[in-house]
Design a protein around this ligand. Structure first.
Ligand SMILES: [Fe+2]
Ligand SMILES: [Fe+2]
Length: 283
């Protein structure tokens, strides 16, 4: 019998974790409906931890309130609908990233995802693109394939992550050598089963090779790739910064950034991360 192709292996992974209900419902609430805030409130109210989280974020230093925000209605008003919705989605996706990896630096996969979301969306904002919220979500999800691999191959994949944590290196190639496929391919299979936006799916699949993404999604993918690089440069995540050089170069090409302009936007992204640090540590 001939060995299975990576695609066949991935088709045979069996049950993949579902997208958390709350995230799935939050993603479906559209920003431009009159009742959207009300719908979001009703959804948040079903989950006490989530209500508390949203109030914490609304009261965090970043939004520098003079007076305490005490109700969900006020919290959504303070944050704005889109940010509030992103907090809801982030908080339910967090549980997926945090499941499983014992003996790893605590919460490293999750902190990496959130840092990538914050810095990627900061790049988008500073370049005045209209895809900022999608970049935030795509950044949150980009390495979700790693969580699926933690669940599917608890021993061998966690051993590999620990090796990367201790020795650095090019995680993607190490995955390919060990498994014959990598987290971007597993992530794509997972995202197909979740049926989210095509932009997020393209990001999960192509964030290490942005030029391979379909043209209409390249910009989102490229912005997340830049966020990924910044997060790894700051060691919020696993792997060596050098291993992302190719992806970053492709992202700069897509966004038509020269070195100088890239550095200017990068400073803005670092500032955004500094400002939102509290968000990462208390999330
Ligand atoms: Fe990745
Ligand atoms: Fe990443």
């Amino acid at each position: 019998m001939s060995p299975m192709t990576p695609q066949e292996v991935i088709q045979n992974l069996g049950d993949l974790p579902p997208l958390p209900q709350v995230a799935a419902r939050a993603i479906r609430i559209s920003a431009d409906s009159d009742t959207s805030s009300k719908q979001l409130q009703n959804l948040i109210r079903t989950d006490q931890a989530l209500s508390a989280q949203l109030l914490r974020v609304a009261n965090s230093a970043m939004f520098g309130r003079m007076r305490e925000v005490a109700t969900l209605t006020e919290a959504i008003l303070t944050l704005g609908f889109s940010t509030a919705r992103s907090v809801v989605i982030a908080s339910s996706v967090k549980n997926l990233y945090n499941r499983g990896p014992a003996n790893l630096k605590e919460r490293i996969l999750w902190e990496h995802a959130l840092a990538t979301a914050i810095t990627g969306s900061a790049f988008s904002r500073s370049m005045r693109f209209s895809v900022t919220e999608e970049v935030f979500l795509a950044g949150l999800m980009h390495d979700i394939g790693k969580s699926a691999m933690v669940l599917k191959f608890p021993e061998s994949y966690i051993a590999l992550l620990r090796r990367i944590q201790e020795e650095g290196g090019d995680g993607l190639n190490m995955e390919l050598d060990t498994f014959g496929f990598d987290h971007s391919m597993v992530g794509e299979a997972l995202l197909r089963s979740w049926n989210l936006s095509e932009g997020i799916e393209a990001t999960v699949r192509w964030h290490h090779e942005p030029l391979q993404a379909p043209p209409e999604h390249r910009r989102v993918v490229a912005l997340v790739a830049l966020g990924n690089q910044v997060a790894i440069d700051l060691q919020i995540g696993l792997g060596s910064p050098d291993s992302l050089a190719g992806a970053t170069w492709e992202a700069m090409d897509i966004l038509q950034l020269d070195d100088g302009t890239y550095q200017e936007h990068r400073i803005g992204a670092l500032e955004a991360l500094e400002r939102d640090r509290a968000l990462i540590t208390d999330f």
